[in-house]
Design a protein around this ligand. Structure first.
Ligand code: UD1
Ligand code: UDP
Length: 365
């Protein structure tokens, strides 16, 4: 008989990808009454993930709107979750990572004195503006959390340095590696992969708020390289943010070796990663997934909270300026030694059993 009500809250694509395997794990254990509350900070991109994992939310705040501001997301989440937490008599609220959904959900739980478990706790750049507002969000969640589910030893060390109670910190691995067990297929094909099959496949994504004013520079660098090198084709599933859509269409619009496509569902995307030659992205989660597959990533950001992959050699920070991206990208395509040094499989982010460890901690309380 279930004796503990756990409410999992998430709202964006990456949180869903990393929380759905945990939903499944908790649902499989009798001790838990598992409730899923989504904010709908993302709509289509969240629903794509829910469908792949066959997770049906118990509550959906449906907050997304075009041009939403941090105020919109924060206030709608805070007010919307108040009644969900009260109605469900939550014993524990689980949030993930660093989104504004997670920050506002943890604040709502804190106001109601409900214990909070932070999945993917302890990631840091210690630069409050990069990534923005995520660095603030994750630090704020960690002020009010009772359980820190740190994905790596490095994340644990950050929490210890900040004086967090060692008894509350559990190194679990990142649940994204658990997620790959649901998605990666050894046999897989897709029309876009067929289109690119005789070339080196470059996979592109970009969306960070602090990069929105730099997108044109970032994209110009990529276009120059793809146009100059004869043997590459690029696939770019464009984030639905209209500002990203506009910049991508403007720079790449008529390039027949760069395909702009709709966001892929996570099943497809993970299988695209596994078959890529190289990835250019400013995403957080893709850095972890690509490291697991040994696919080199040029990270179009000034900072990363994922130093494990940089240390392992699969990730390289290249900033957001056109010339730096252009030269790093060109070099990696032209220098086979450098490419092979970056393309070995390193798995610093987990062994695929993170969700079991998180559930064990909650079960044994
Ligand atoms: C959010 C998170 C970011 C995370 C990212 C993952 C915050 C502040 N930002 O940023 O941490 O890395 O998600 O992608 O929490 N849109 C749609 N449909 C969708 C999703 C988005 O149309 O399914 C459009 C909407 O116009 C929306 C805009 O994209 O207003 C921006 O979405 P938002 O969640 O505010 O920002 P992201 O950059 O996606
Ligand atoms: N992703 C996806 N479809 C796409 C692009 C990305 O499913 O078309 C997945 C990807 O595998 C990763 C997550 O979305 O798990 C990353 O999301 P995003 O880059 O939007 O957010 P971040 O990780 O930067 O927070």
């Amino acid at each position: 008989m279930a004796d503990k009500t756990v409410v999992l809250v998430f709202g964006t694509r990456p949180e869903a990808i990393k929380m759905c395997p945990l939903v499944k794990e908790l649902q499989a254990r009798r001790r838990f009454n598992t409730i899923v509350a989504v904010t709908g900070q993302h709509r289509q991109m969240l629903d794509q993930v829910l469908k792949v994992f066959d997770v049906v939310p118990d509550y959906d705040l449906s907050i997304m709107k075009d041009g939403q501001t941090l105020f919109d997301i924060t206030t709608a989440t805070l007010m919307g979750l108040r009644s969900v937490f009260e109605k469900t008599h939550a014993d524990v609220v689980l949030v993930h990572g660093d989104t504004t959904t997670s920050f506002a959900a943890s604040l709502a739980a804190f106001y109601l004195n409900i214990p909070i478990g932070h999945v993917e706790a302890g990631l840091r750049t210690y630069n409050i503006f990069s990534p923005y507002p995520e660095e603030f969000n994750r630090q704020a969640v960690d002020i009010v959390s009772k359980y820190y589910f740190a994905p790596t030893a490095n994340a644990r060390d950050n929490l210890l340095k900040e004086g967090k109670d060692p008894k509350k910190i559990h190194v679990t691995g990142n649940t994204v590696i658990d997620s790959l067990k649901y998605t990666y297929a050894a046999e897989y094909t897709h029309p876009e992969l067929k289109w690119a099959k005789d070339s080196k496949l470059i996979l592109i994504t970009a969306h960070r708020r602090e990069n929105l004013d730099h997108l044109t520079d970032m994209f110009r660098a990529i276009k120059r390289v793809v146009d100059e090198q004869g043997n590459v084709k690029a696939i770019y599933p464009v984030h639905l943010n209209p500002r990203v859509q506009n910049a991508a269409a403007e720079v790449f619009g008529n390039d027949d070796r760069i395909h702009l496509i709709a966001p892929l569902d996570v099943f497809d995307f993970h299988n695209f990663i596994a078959r890529s030659h190289l990835i250019l992205t400013d995403s957080g989660g893709i850095q972890e997934e690509a490291s697991g597959f040994g696919i080199p990533v040029l990270v179009m950001r000034d900072t990363t909270e994922r130093p494990e992959g940089v240390k392992a050699g699969t990730l390289r920070l290249v900033g957001t300026e056109e010339e730096m991206i252009y030269s790093s990208f060109t070099q990696l395509l032209s220098d086979p030694d450098e490419y092979s040094a970056m393309s070995h499989i390193a798995n610093p982010y987990g062994d695929g059993h993170a969700c079991e460890r998180i559930a064990d901690v909650l079960e044994n309380e």
